[in-house]
Ligand binder design. Structure first.
Ligand SMILES: Cc1cc2nc3c(=O)[nH]c(=O)nc-3n(C[C@H](O)[C@H](O)[C@H](O)COP(=O)(O)OP(=O)(O)OC[C@H]3O[C@@H](n4cnc5c(N)ncnc54)[C@H](O)[C@@H]3O)c2cc1C
Length: 308
């Protein structure tokens, strides 16, 4: 990229790449910088599940999930067509099993509410669930069933978003951002380990870091399907889930520095939420006011209000 980029995105995970994709499609000159590589953070490790039931009791979060599921259903086939990258997207019936009484109640409550993006939900008792999946342990008390449960390979999905963004003119560089340059309350550039990149608008989509304990996951899997005991672990991935305090992502302009936008805090659902979050923040950067979602629920000011 010879001239200065119009917009720099820091972080080439699913969220940064989706934001780049929607910005570049609107004609913006976008540069994405990652200190490692495309999909090197949480977006490499994610299971890539697209669960179609209510995410929480928070209506804004459910609306975001619903919007992103609908958007992803049209985006995923298009990405494959545009880039040739197979994201291994598949949709099948799904079961969320209950091993404890409270999980039974949770499953029944989820089944009683409408499924997201038009999915059908039902609660099955243990026998009904075992008829559908005979390998389930007798310990399984019941299961929430859905008619369409999506899954992608999250790394390939991130790569497909990046390649589609590139096809619309976005550029990618391996660089670590170390700070922001400012003048009179406005962004003027990004400091990197190899110099300053002048720019007036930037989206920070840098994720976060945490870990997952392998033994707990294996123990849990065995309690659901005992025959897995004979299975061999062929690989193990662990990684970060950037999570905000209340589970809602933070998608907004930074309050004290004009030109900086945040797109982070997507917790355990950033792959599913990438489509809506990327488009929402791209609209915010280009148009000022987004049209896909309301801005207010995702502002970090909600944390301040709760503490007062
Ligand atoms: C084990 C596991 C299972 C999961 N399962 C699912 C699932 O089934 N469904 C689902 O939707 N989600 C799932 N998630 C959550 C999902 O992985 C995350 O929400 C999502 O990947 C977050 O994307 P991101 O782009 O915000 O962050 P990341 O993918 O972490 O990307 C951030 C990027 O920023 C870069 N970066 C950081 N600092 C700098 C810097 N200073 N300069 C330049 N670059 C920088 C990093 O190198 C990284 O590439 C799972 C997560 C884990 C760990």
């Amino acid at each position: 990229m010879t001239a200065s980029p119009e917009i720099v995105i820091v972080g080439a995970g699913a969220i940064g790449c989706a934001t780049a994709y929607y910005l570049a499609r609107q004609g913006a000159k976008v540069l994405v910088m990652d200190r490692e590589a495309i999909g090197a953070g949480a977006s490499f490790h994610a299971t890539g599940l697209f669960s179609p039931w209510r995410a929480s009791s928070n209506p804004a979060l459910n609306h975001l999930f619903d919007t992103s599921l609908r958007l992803s259903q049209e985006l995923l086939p298009r990405l494959k067509e545009e880039t040739g990258v197979d994201t291994f997207y598949q949709v099948a019936q799904g079961l969320r099993v209950a091993l404890r009484a409270e999980q039974v109640e949770e499953g029944k409550a989820l089944a009683a509410a409408p499924g997201l993006a038009g999915a059908k939900l039902a609660y099955l008792d243990g026998e009904e669930a075992r008829r559908l999946e005979p390998r389930l342990s007798p310990r399984v008390l019941g299961a929430l069933w859905c008619d369409r449960f999506g899954q992608v390979d999250s790394y390939r999905h991130t790569l497909a978003l990046a390649q589609a963004a590139e096809r619309s003119g976005a550029q990618f560089q391996a660089r670590q951002v170390t700070g922001l340059e400012r003048r009179a309350g406005k962004l003027t550039g990004l400091r990197t380990t190899t110099g300053v990149i002048p720019c007036e608008r930037a989206v920070l989509a840098m994720g976060a870091w945490s870990a997952e304990a392998r033994d707990r996951l294996i123990e849990h899997a065995l309690s659901i399907i005992p025959s897995l005991e004979a299975a061999q672990v062929v690989g193990q991935f662990a990684g970060p889930r950037p999570q905000s305090q209340d589970g809602l992502p933070i998608m907004r302009p930074a309050p004290t520095l004009s030109g900086v936008y945040l797109n982070t805090g997507h917790g355990h659902s950033g792959i599913l939420l990438a489509a809506a979050s990327g488009r929402h923040v791209a609209e915010m950067v280009i148009q000022g006011s987004p049209s896909l979602l309301k801005a207010e629920p995702y502002l970090p000011m909600r944390f301040v209000a709760k503490q007062q």
